[in-house]
Design a protein around this ligand. Structure first.
Ligand code: GLN
Length: 486
Protein backbone atom coordinates (compact mmCIF):
# COMPACT_ATOMS: atom_id res chain seq x y z
CA UNK A 1 0.00 0.00 0.00
CA UNK A 2 1.57 3.27 -1.01
CA UNK A 3 1.73 6.18 1.39
CA UNK A 4 -0.81 8.35 -0.41
CA UNK A 5 -3.56 5.75 -0.30
CA UNK A 6 -3.35 5.56 3.47
CA UNK A 7 -5.79 7.37 5.70
CA UNK A 8 -4.69 10.01 8.21
CA UNK A 9 -5.13 7.46 10.96
CA UNK A 10 -2.82 5.03 9.18
CA UNK A 11 -0.27 7.74 8.38
CA UNK A 12 -0.32 8.83 12.00
CA UNK A 13 0.45 5.26 13.09
CA UNK A 14 3.26 5.01 10.52
CA UNK A 15 4.80 8.21 11.89
CA UNK A 16 4.51 7.18 15.55
CA UNK A 17 6.01 3.77 14.76
CA UNK A 18 8.81 5.57 12.88
CA UNK A 19 8.19 3.58 9.68
CA UNK A 20 8.32 6.89 7.85
CA UNK A 21 9.41 10.39 8.83
CA UNK A 22 7.30 13.50 8.40
CA UNK A 23 9.93 14.90 6.03
CA UNK A 24 9.63 11.80 3.80
CA UNK A 25 5.85 11.92 3.95
CA UNK A 26 5.78 15.63 3.16
CA UNK A 27 8.19 15.15 0.25
CA UNK A 28 6.02 12.35 -1.11
CA UNK A 29 2.96 14.59 -1.22
CA UNK A 30 4.93 17.58 -2.58
CA UNK A 31 6.12 15.35 -5.43
CA UNK A 32 2.56 14.24 -6.14
CA UNK A 33 1.39 17.87 -6.20
CA UNK A 34 4.19 18.64 -8.65
CA UNK A 35 3.22 15.69 -10.82
CA UNK A 36 -0.56 16.01 -10.87
CA UNK A 37 -1.61 19.51 -9.99
CA UNK A 38 -0.83 21.16 -13.31
CA UNK A 39 -3.91 19.38 -14.60
CA UNK A 40 -6.08 19.54 -11.48
CA UNK A 41 -5.28 23.16 -10.51
CA UNK A 42 -6.28 22.46 -6.93
CA UNK A 43 -3.53 24.55 -5.30
CA UNK A 44 -3.18 28.34 -5.50
CA UNK A 45 0.05 28.28 -3.46
CA UNK A 46 2.34 25.40 -2.52
CA UNK A 47 4.34 26.23 0.62
CA UNK A 48 7.19 23.79 0.03
CA UNK A 49 9.91 25.33 2.21
CA UNK A 50 7.64 25.99 5.13
CA UNK A 51 6.18 22.49 4.86
CA UNK A 52 9.61 20.87 4.97
CA UNK A 53 10.71 22.93 7.95
CA UNK A 54 7.46 22.14 9.80
CA UNK A 55 8.03 18.46 8.97
CA UNK A 56 11.53 18.61 10.41
CA UNK A 57 10.21 20.09 13.63
CA UNK A 58 7.50 17.43 13.74
CA UNK A 59 10.11 14.69 13.39
CA UNK A 60 11.96 16.13 16.37
CA UNK A 61 8.77 16.06 18.45
CA UNK A 62 8.07 12.48 17.41
CA UNK A 63 11.64 11.47 18.27
CA UNK A 64 11.17 12.96 21.75
CA UNK A 65 7.88 11.09 22.18
CA UNK A 66 5.94 14.35 22.32
CA UNK A 67 3.64 13.78 19.37
CA UNK A 68 -0.11 14.19 19.10
CA UNK A 69 -2.13 12.30 16.43
CA UNK A 70 -1.66 15.07 13.84
CA UNK A 71 2.03 15.71 14.46
CA UNK A 72 3.86 15.47 11.16
CA UNK A 73 0.70 14.93 9.09
CA UNK A 74 0.58 17.03 5.91
CA UNK A 75 -2.69 18.82 5.26
CA UNK A 76 -3.73 21.65 2.96
CA UNK A 77 -5.84 24.70 3.77
CA UNK A 78 -8.59 26.26 1.71
CA UNK A 79 -7.29 29.66 0.61
CA UNK A 80 -9.98 31.36 2.68
CA UNK A 81 -8.01 30.90 5.93
CA UNK A 82 -5.55 33.65 6.74
CA UNK A 83 -1.99 32.35 6.91
CA UNK A 84 0.68 34.62 8.32
CA UNK A 85 3.31 35.63 5.78
CA UNK A 86 1.62 33.62 3.04
CA UNK A 87 -0.70 34.80 0.28
CA UNK A 88 -4.36 34.41 1.23
CA UNK A 89 -6.32 35.05 -1.96
CA UNK A 90 -9.84 33.76 -1.27
CA UNK A 91 -9.83 32.86 -4.98
CA UNK A 92 -10.04 36.54 -5.93
CA UNK A 93 -8.02 39.06 -7.90
CA UNK A 94 -9.01 41.41 -5.07
CA UNK A 95 -6.69 39.55 -2.69
CA UNK A 96 -4.12 38.25 -5.18
CA UNK A 97 -1.52 40.53 -3.56
CA UNK A 98 -2.66 39.99 0.04
CA UNK A 99 -0.12 38.52 2.45
CA UNK A 100 -1.92 37.93 5.71
CA UNK A 101 -0.29 39.47 8.81
CA UNK A 102 -1.84 36.84 11.10
CA UNK A 103 -3.11 33.25 11.23
CA UNK A 104 -6.74 32.16 11.37
CA UNK A 105 -7.56 30.29 14.56
CA UNK A 106 -8.00 27.08 12.55
CA UNK A 107 -4.47 27.49 11.17
CA UNK A 108 -3.10 28.20 14.66
CA UNK A 109 -4.79 25.08 15.97
CA UNK A 110 -3.26 22.90 13.27
CA UNK A 111 0.13 24.46 13.95
CA UNK A 112 -0.35 23.74 17.65
CA UNK A 113 -1.18 20.12 16.83
CA UNK A 114 2.08 19.80 14.86
CA UNK A 115 0.46 19.38 11.44
CA UNK A 116 2.39 20.32 8.29
CA UNK A 117 0.78 22.72 5.80
CA UNK A 118 1.36 21.75 2.15
CA UNK A 119 -0.22 24.92 0.79
CA UNK A 120 -3.38 26.87 0.02
CA UNK A 121 -6.21 25.43 -2.02
CA UNK A 122 -8.15 26.86 -4.94
CA UNK A 123 -11.77 27.83 -4.36
CA UNK A 124 -14.64 29.77 -5.85
CA UNK A 125 -14.10 33.52 -5.51
CA UNK A 126 -14.99 34.47 -1.92
CA UNK A 127 -16.57 31.00 -1.62
CA UNK A 128 -19.41 31.92 -3.97
CA UNK A 129 -20.13 29.04 -6.29
CA UNK A 130 -20.86 25.34 -6.63
CA UNK A 131 -18.37 24.40 -9.34
CA UNK A 132 -15.07 26.12 -8.54
CA UNK A 133 -15.34 27.99 -11.84
CA UNK A 134 -15.58 31.49 -10.34
CA UNK A 135 -11.98 31.40 -9.06
CA UNK A 136 -9.56 34.07 -10.33
CA UNK A 137 -7.05 31.20 -10.63
CA UNK A 138 -9.15 29.21 -13.06
CA UNK A 139 -11.34 26.15 -12.63
CA UNK A 140 -10.34 23.03 -10.70
CA UNK A 141 -10.77 19.64 -12.41
CA UNK A 142 -12.61 16.71 -10.91
CA UNK A 143 -10.08 13.85 -10.53
CA UNK A 144 -12.75 11.32 -11.61
CA UNK A 145 -13.20 13.06 -14.94
CA UNK A 146 -11.18 16.15 -15.66
CA UNK A 147 -13.87 17.55 -17.98
CA UNK A 148 -16.14 17.76 -14.96
CA UNK A 149 -16.25 20.27 -12.11
CA UNK A 150 -15.22 19.13 -8.61
CA UNK A 151 -18.10 21.07 -7.02
CA UNK A 152 -17.60 24.21 -5.00
CA UNK A 153 -16.76 26.34 -3.36
CA UNK A 154 -14.16 24.08 -1.67
CA UNK A 155 -13.29 22.51 -5.05
CA UNK A 156 -9.52 22.50 -4.53
CA UNK A 157 -9.97 20.98 -1.07
CA UNK A 158 -12.08 18.14 -2.45
CA UNK A 159 -10.06 17.49 -5.63
CA UNK A 160 -6.72 17.37 -3.79
CA UNK A 161 -7.98 14.75 -1.34
CA UNK A 162 -9.76 12.73 -4.06
CA UNK A 163 -6.53 12.58 -6.09
CA UNK A 164 -4.58 11.80 -2.90
CA UNK A 165 -2.18 14.69 -3.47
CA UNK A 166 -3.10 15.83 0.04
CA UNK A 167 -4.06 13.37 2.80
CA UNK A 168 -6.73 15.76 4.11
CA UNK A 169 -7.81 19.36 3.80
CA UNK A 170 -10.01 22.03 5.29
CA UNK A 171 -13.08 23.55 3.70
CA UNK A 172 -15.81 26.01 4.55
CA UNK A 173 -19.52 25.55 4.09
CA UNK A 174 -21.93 28.48 3.83
CA UNK A 175 -24.59 26.69 1.80
CA UNK A 176 -23.00 23.34 1.04
CA UNK A 177 -19.40 24.05 0.05
CA UNK A 178 -17.89 21.21 2.09
CA UNK A 179 -20.58 18.58 1.48
CA UNK A 180 -21.32 19.19 -2.21
CA UNK A 181 -17.69 19.02 -3.47
CA UNK A 182 -17.06 16.04 -1.14
CA UNK A 183 -20.03 14.35 -2.79
CA UNK A 184 -18.92 15.17 -6.35
CA UNK A 185 -15.35 14.00 -5.67
CA UNK A 186 -16.17 10.81 -3.74
CA UNK A 187 -14.72 11.74 -0.36
CA UNK A 188 -15.93 12.54 3.16
CA UNK A 189 -16.80 16.09 4.28
CA UNK A 190 -18.21 17.44 7.53
CA UNK A 191 -19.83 20.80 8.19
CA UNK A 192 -19.99 21.19 11.97
CA UNK A 193 -22.70 22.94 13.98
CA UNK A 194 -22.57 26.73 13.56
CA UNK A 195 -20.30 28.03 16.32
CA UNK A 196 -18.33 24.80 16.80
CA UNK A 197 -15.26 25.93 14.85
CA UNK A 198 -13.88 29.46 15.12
CA UNK A 199 -14.43 31.79 12.17
CA UNK A 200 -11.61 34.10 13.26
CA UNK A 201 -9.31 34.70 10.32
CA UNK A 202 -11.60 32.88 7.92
CA UNK A 203 -12.50 35.46 5.29
CA UNK A 204 -16.19 36.16 5.78
CA UNK A 205 -18.79 35.46 3.10
CA UNK A 206 -22.10 35.24 5.01
CA UNK A 207 -21.25 35.40 8.69
CA UNK A 208 -24.42 33.80 10.06
CA UNK A 209 -23.94 30.76 7.81
CA UNK A 210 -20.17 30.23 7.36
CA UNK A 211 -18.63 27.26 9.13
CA UNK A 212 -15.30 25.47 8.63
CA UNK A 213 -14.80 21.73 8.65
CA UNK A 214 -12.64 18.80 7.54
CA UNK A 215 -12.47 17.12 4.12
CA UNK A 216 -10.97 13.63 4.34
CA UNK A 217 -11.06 10.09 3.01
CA UNK A 218 -12.90 8.69 6.02
CA UNK A 219 -15.14 9.64 8.91
CA UNK A 220 -12.43 8.53 11.33
CA UNK A 221 -10.03 11.02 9.73
CA UNK A 222 -12.70 13.73 9.92
CA UNK A 223 -12.97 13.03 13.66
CA UNK A 224 -9.21 13.43 14.04
CA UNK A 225 -9.24 16.77 12.22
CA UNK A 226 -12.31 18.04 14.06
CA UNK A 227 -10.59 17.24 17.37
CA UNK A 228 -7.96 19.79 16.39
CA UNK A 229 -10.26 22.36 14.77
CA UNK A 230 -13.19 22.63 17.19
CA UNK A 231 -13.45 24.72 20.32
CA UNK A 232 -14.37 28.03 21.85
CA UNK A 233 -12.46 31.06 20.63
CA UNK A 234 -12.79 34.40 22.42
CA UNK A 235 -11.83 36.06 19.12
CA UNK A 236 -15.08 34.88 17.46
CA UNK A 237 -18.20 36.21 19.16
CA UNK A 238 -20.35 33.48 17.62
CA UNK A 239 -18.09 30.66 18.72
CA UNK A 240 -19.87 28.51 21.32
CA UNK A 241 -18.41 27.97 24.78
CA UNK A 242 -18.87 24.25 24.96
CA UNK A 243 -16.35 21.50 25.71
CA UNK A 244 -14.92 19.61 22.78
CA UNK A 245 -15.42 15.86 23.17
CA UNK A 246 -12.93 13.40 21.71
CA UNK A 247 -14.70 12.83 18.40
CA UNK A 248 -12.99 9.47 17.94
CA UNK A 249 -14.35 8.15 21.26
CA UNK A 250 -17.81 7.18 19.95
CA UNK A 251 -16.66 5.58 16.74
CA UNK A 252 -17.18 2.06 18.03
CA UNK A 253 -20.89 2.24 18.91
CA UNK A 254 -23.26 0.00 16.97
CA UNK A 255 -26.31 1.41 15.20
CA UNK A 256 -28.99 -0.85 16.65
CA UNK A 257 -32.17 1.13 17.09
CA UNK A 258 -30.78 4.27 15.41
CA UNK A 259 -33.70 6.19 13.98
CA UNK A 260 -33.02 7.55 10.52
CA UNK A 261 -35.44 10.12 9.12
CA UNK A 262 -35.95 10.24 5.36
CA UNK A 263 -37.50 13.57 4.35
CA UNK A 264 -39.85 13.09 1.44
CA UNK A 265 -38.85 16.49 0.08
CA UNK A 266 -35.29 15.18 -0.54
CA UNK A 267 -36.44 12.38 -2.82
CA UNK A 268 -38.82 14.21 -5.14
CA UNK A 269 -38.66 16.00 -8.45
CA UNK A 270 -35.20 17.20 -9.50
CA UNK A 271 -33.34 14.22 -8.02
CA UNK A 272 -31.45 12.23 -10.65
CA UNK A 273 -32.94 8.72 -10.56
CA UNK A 274 -29.57 6.94 -10.54
CA UNK A 275 -28.42 9.12 -7.64
CA UNK A 276 -31.69 8.24 -5.90
CA UNK A 277 -30.97 4.51 -6.40
CA UNK A 278 -27.55 4.85 -4.77
CA UNK A 279 -29.05 6.66 -1.78
CA UNK A 280 -31.79 4.04 -1.41
CA UNK A 281 -29.16 1.29 -1.45
CA UNK A 282 -27.21 3.11 1.28
CA UNK A 283 -30.36 3.34 3.39
CA UNK A 284 -30.89 -0.43 2.92
CA UNK A 285 -27.34 -0.98 4.15
CA UNK A 286 -28.16 1.02 7.29
CA UNK A 287 -31.16 -1.23 7.89
CA UNK A 288 -28.87 -4.26 7.89
CA UNK A 289 -26.78 -2.45 10.52
CA UNK A 290 -29.82 -2.28 12.78
CA UNK A 291 -31.19 1.18 11.97
CA UNK A 292 -34.90 1.94 11.79
CA UNK A 293 -36.25 4.09 8.98
CA UNK A 294 -38.82 6.78 9.70
CA UNK A 295 -40.53 8.80 6.97
CA UNK A 296 -40.48 12.47 7.87
CA UNK A 297 -41.41 15.81 6.36
CA UNK A 298 -39.48 19.04 6.19
CA UNK A 299 -42.35 21.06 4.70
CA UNK A 300 -40.46 24.34 4.31
CA UNK A 301 -37.52 22.80 2.42
CA UNK A 302 -38.63 24.42 -0.82
CA UNK A 303 -38.02 27.83 0.74
CA UNK A 304 -34.40 27.22 1.64
CA UNK A 305 -32.78 28.21 -1.67
CA UNK A 306 -34.79 31.45 -2.01
CA UNK A 307 -34.21 32.38 1.66
CA UNK A 308 -30.49 31.64 1.33
CA UNK A 309 -30.18 33.80 -1.79
CA UNK A 310 -31.43 36.77 0.21
CA UNK A 311 -29.52 36.16 3.46
CA UNK A 312 -26.18 35.17 1.89
CA UNK A 313 -25.95 38.06 -0.61
CA UNK A 314 -27.15 40.55 2.04
CA UNK A 315 -24.42 39.50 4.45
CA UNK A 316 -21.80 39.32 1.70
CA UNK A 317 -22.59 42.83 0.49
CA UNK A 318 -21.85 44.06 3.99
CA UNK A 319 -18.76 41.86 4.57
CA UNK A 320 -17.20 42.67 1.21
CA UNK A 321 -17.57 46.41 1.66
CA UNK A 322 -14.18 46.33 3.41
CA UNK A 323 -12.48 45.66 0.07
CA UNK A 324 -12.35 49.26 -1.06
CA UNK A 325 -8.90 49.61 -2.58
CA UNK A 326 -7.72 51.64 0.41
CA UNK A 327 -6.75 49.31 3.21
CA UNK A 328 -5.66 46.09 1.55
CA UNK A 329 -6.01 44.10 -1.61
CA UNK A 330 -6.28 45.28 -5.18
CA UNK A 331 -6.05 48.99 -6.00
CA UNK A 332 -6.72 50.37 -9.47
CA UNK A 333 -4.02 52.35 -11.31
CA UNK A 334 -4.03 56.17 -11.20
CA UNK A 335 -7.38 56.93 -9.55
CA UNK A 336 -8.50 60.49 -10.27
CA UNK A 337 -10.38 60.88 -6.98
CA UNK A 338 -11.70 58.82 -4.07
CA UNK A 339 -14.88 57.76 -5.81
CA UNK A 340 -12.94 56.63 -8.86
CA UNK A 341 -10.62 54.67 -6.54
CA UNK A 342 -13.53 52.82 -4.91
CA UNK A 343 -15.38 52.19 -8.13
CA UNK A 344 -12.52 50.98 -10.25
CA UNK A 345 -10.77 49.01 -7.50
CA UNK A 346 -13.97 47.07 -6.80
CA UNK A 347 -15.00 46.97 -10.44
CA UNK A 348 -11.66 45.51 -11.53
CA UNK A 349 -10.95 43.42 -8.42
CA UNK A 350 -14.17 41.41 -8.15
CA UNK A 351 -15.44 38.83 -10.63
CA UNK A 352 -18.99 38.69 -12.06
CA UNK A 353 -20.54 36.26 -9.53
CA UNK A 354 -19.28 38.30 -6.57
CA UNK A 355 -20.63 41.48 -8.15
CA UNK A 356 -24.00 39.82 -8.75
CA UNK A 357 -24.22 38.86 -5.07
CA UNK A 358 -23.13 42.28 -3.82
CA UNK A 359 -25.77 43.97 -5.97
CA UNK A 360 -28.55 41.60 -4.87
CA UNK A 361 -27.50 42.05 -1.25
CA UNK A 362 -27.25 45.83 -1.38
CA UNK A 363 -30.70 45.93 -2.95
CA UNK A 364 -32.23 43.56 -0.38
CA UNK A 365 -30.81 45.62 2.49
CA UNK A 366 -31.72 49.04 1.14
CA UNK A 367 -34.23 51.25 2.96
CA UNK A 368 -37.76 50.19 2.09
CA UNK A 369 -36.76 46.67 1.01
CA UNK A 370 -35.16 45.43 4.23
CA UNK A 371 -38.48 44.23 5.73
CA UNK A 372 -39.68 42.73 2.48
CA UNK A 373 -36.52 40.72 1.84
CA UNK A 374 -33.96 40.31 4.63
CA UNK A 375 -36.46 40.28 7.50
CA UNK A 376 -38.79 37.97 5.60
CA UNK A 377 -35.92 35.61 4.78
CA UNK A 378 -34.93 35.52 8.46
CA UNK A 379 -38.50 34.53 9.34
CA UNK A 380 -38.43 31.77 6.74
CA UNK A 381 -35.18 30.64 8.30
CA UNK A 382 -37.02 30.14 11.59
CA UNK A 383 -39.63 28.00 9.88
CA UNK A 384 -36.88 25.86 8.37
CA UNK A 385 -35.18 25.45 11.79
CA UNK A 386 -38.53 24.53 13.35
CA UNK A 387 -39.04 21.79 10.75
CA UNK A 388 -35.75 20.25 11.83
CA UNK A 389 -36.57 20.66 15.54
CA UNK A 390 -39.76 18.70 15.05
CA UNK A 391 -38.01 16.06 12.97
CA UNK A 392 -35.34 15.56 15.63
CA UNK A 393 -38.03 14.80 18.19
CA UNK A 394 -38.71 11.64 16.19
CA UNK A 395 -35.33 10.69 14.69
CA UNK A 396 -31.62 10.67 15.54
CA UNK A 397 -30.26 11.62 12.12
CA UNK A 398 -31.70 12.65 8.76
CA UNK A 399 -30.47 11.14 5.50
CA UNK A 400 -30.79 11.94 1.84
CA UNK A 401 -28.69 12.81 -1.18
CA UNK A 402 -26.04 15.52 -0.80
CA UNK A 403 -26.54 16.76 -4.33
CA UNK A 404 -29.34 16.13 -6.84
CA UNK A 405 -26.85 14.93 -9.44
CA UNK A 406 -23.26 13.82 -9.99
CA UNK A 407 -20.47 16.14 -11.17
CA UNK A 408 -21.49 18.13 -14.24
CA UNK A 409 -19.34 19.32 -17.14
CA UNK A 410 -17.28 22.47 -16.85
CA UNK A 411 -19.09 25.37 -18.44
CA UNK A 412 -22.47 23.63 -18.32
CA UNK A 413 -24.15 25.88 -15.75
CA UNK A 414 -22.18 29.08 -16.24
CA UNK A 415 -24.89 30.95 -18.09
CA UNK A 416 -27.61 29.83 -15.75
CA UNK A 417 -27.07 31.02 -12.17
CA UNK A 418 -30.36 29.48 -11.01
CA UNK A 419 -29.33 26.00 -12.24
CA UNK A 420 -26.02 26.51 -10.42
CA UNK A 421 -27.79 27.64 -7.23
CA UNK A 422 -29.96 24.51 -7.28
CA UNK A 423 -26.81 22.36 -6.84
CA UNK A 424 -27.17 23.10 -3.13
CA UNK A 425 -30.87 22.41 -2.81
CA UNK A 426 -30.33 19.65 -0.21
CA UNK A 427 -27.45 21.23 1.70
CA UNK A 428 -28.51 24.84 2.28
CA UNK A 429 -31.19 24.11 4.91
CA UNK A 430 -28.60 22.79 7.38
CA UNK A 431 -26.72 26.11 7.13
CA UNK A 432 -29.88 28.16 7.61
CA UNK A 433 -30.67 26.10 10.71
CA UNK A 434 -27.02 25.93 11.90
CA UNK A 435 -27.06 22.11 12.01
CA UNK A 436 -24.10 19.77 11.37
CA UNK A 437 -24.09 17.73 8.17
CA UNK A 438 -21.83 15.25 6.42
CA UNK A 439 -21.38 13.81 2.98
CA UNK A 440 -20.11 10.24 2.71
CA UNK A 441 -19.24 8.35 -0.50
CA UNK A 442 -22.06 5.89 -1.20
CA UNK A 443 -21.58 4.64 -4.75
CA UNK A 444 -21.46 5.75 -8.36
CA UNK A 445 -23.86 6.92 -11.03
CA UNK A 446 -22.64 7.32 -14.58
CA UNK A 447 -19.12 6.42 -13.33
CA UNK A 448 -19.05 9.45 -11.05
CA UNK A 449 -19.25 9.45 -7.24
CA UNK A 450 -22.47 9.96 -5.28
CA UNK A 451 -22.54 11.29 -1.73
CA UNK A 452 -24.97 10.34 1.01
CA UNK A 453 -25.86 13.30 3.20
CA UNK A 454 -26.35 12.77 6.93
CA UNK A 455 -27.68 15.68 8.98
CA UNK A 456 -27.44 15.60 12.78
CA UNK A 457 -28.88 17.54 15.68
CA UNK A 458 -27.05 20.54 17.19
CA UNK A 459 -23.59 19.55 18.44
CA UNK A 460 -24.31 15.98 17.38
CA UNK A 461 -20.99 15.65 15.51
CA UNK A 462 -19.91 12.58 17.53
CA UNK A 463 -23.02 10.66 16.57
CA UNK A 464 -22.84 11.85 12.98
CA UNK A 465 -19.23 10.71 12.68
CA UNK A 466 -20.05 7.31 14.15
CA UNK A 467 -23.05 6.86 11.85
CA UNK A 468 -20.73 7.54 8.90
CA UNK A 469 -17.92 5.42 10.34
CA UNK A 470 -20.13 2.34 10.83
CA UNK A 471 -21.19 2.59 7.19
CA UNK A 472 -17.55 2.87 6.11
CA UNK A 473 -16.64 -0.18 8.21
CA UNK A 474 -19.17 -2.14 6.16
CA UNK A 475 -18.68 -0.69 2.67
CA UNK A 476 -15.68 0.30 0.60
CA UNK A 477 -16.95 3.29 -1.39
CA UNK A 478 -14.67 5.61 0.59
CA UNK A 479 -11.60 3.63 -0.48
CA UNK A 480 -12.31 4.04 -4.21
CA UNK A 481 -10.05 6.40 -6.07
CA UNK A 482 -9.51 7.32 -9.71
CA UNK A 483 -7.14 4.88 -11.45
CA UNK A 484 -4.64 7.53 -12.69
CA UNK A 485 -3.79 8.69 -9.18
CA UNK A 486 -3.21 5.25 -7.62
N1 GLN B 1 -22.97 27.30 -3.64
C1 GLN B 1 -23.42 28.17 -2.59
C2 GLN B 1 -23.15 29.59 -2.97
O1 GLN B 1 -22.71 29.80 -4.04
C3 GLN B 1 -22.75 27.80 -1.30
C4 GLN B 1 -21.35 28.27 -1.22
C5 GLN B 1 -20.69 27.95 0.07
O2 GLN B 1 -21.15 27.10 0.83
N2 GLN B 1 -19.62 28.66 0.35
O3 GLN B 1 -23.37 30.50 -2.24
Amino acid sequence: MSLHTKTLKQLSDELQNKNVSSVELTQHFLERIEKFDAELNSFVTVTKDQALSQAKQADELIAKGNASPLTGIPIAQKDIFCTQGIKTSCGSKMLDNFISPYNATVVEKFNGAGAVMLGKLNMDEFAMGSSNETSFYGPVSNPWNTNCVPGGSSGGSAASVAARIAPASTGTDTGGSIRQPASLCGITGLKPTYGRVSRYGMIAFASSLDQAGPITQTAEDAALLLNAMAGFDPKDSTSVEKDVPDYTADLGSDLKGLKIGLPKEYFGEGLDSEVGDVINAAVEQYKTLGAEIVDIELPNSGLSVPAYYVVAPAECSSNLSRFDGVRFGYRCDNPVDLEDLYKRSRGEGFGPEVKRRIMIGAYALSAGYYDAYYLKAQKVRHLISDDFKQAFEKVDVIMGPTSPNVAFNKGERNDDPIAMYLSDIYTIAANLAGLPGMSVPAGFANNLPVGLQIIGNYFGESRLLNVAHQYQMNTDWHTQMPEVYK
